[in-house]
Design a protein around this ligand. Sequence first.
Ligand code: HEC
Length: 139
Amino acid sequence: MKTLSIIMSLFLIGSGAAFAGTSGRKHAGHTMSPEMKKQHETMTTIGKQWKACKNALNDNNFKDAGIAVETIIEAASEIDNFKLHKNTDNHKQFSEQCNAVREKIIKLNDVIKTRDVNAAENIANTVEESCRQCHIKFR
Ligand code: HEC
């Protein structure tokens, strides 16, 4: 237990130092700034709606898939304003990935309206690949 508590203290010291100066708030106990809280919420919404969209497509339920995708498009307009935790000096690439995924999701929305489930699932796979790519680098 002693080792664990030493590791924990090192972690707290480290994260305290990383956050000192970037914001006036203490990070101990994971107090989140309102921006950080908001971006967690945005991404949680996108994650939930994405699952809902895929389930709806599985059931050939184009109406619900469309509703989910439109909610994602709206929420995704927030992503570009995120404060990055990782690779913070690369906001340009972050924005590019953000725009790329938005374009794909808008395309998915158009395809859902044509009720072509195979085409929709193909685009959905490319969307998911974009989610993954951005998470690898920036999440
Ligand atoms: C342009 C970059 C980018 C793209 C594209 C992206 N994400 Fe994220 N995602 C992030 C970042 C950054 C976080 C961490 C947010 C935070 O913790 O502040 C995150 C976090 C998440 C989370 C965890 C929620 C949380 O607690 O923060 C989920 C779920 C998620 N993303 C789902 C998705 C899905 C589904 C897609 C594709 C439809 C997607 N993301 C596309 C950048 C992206």
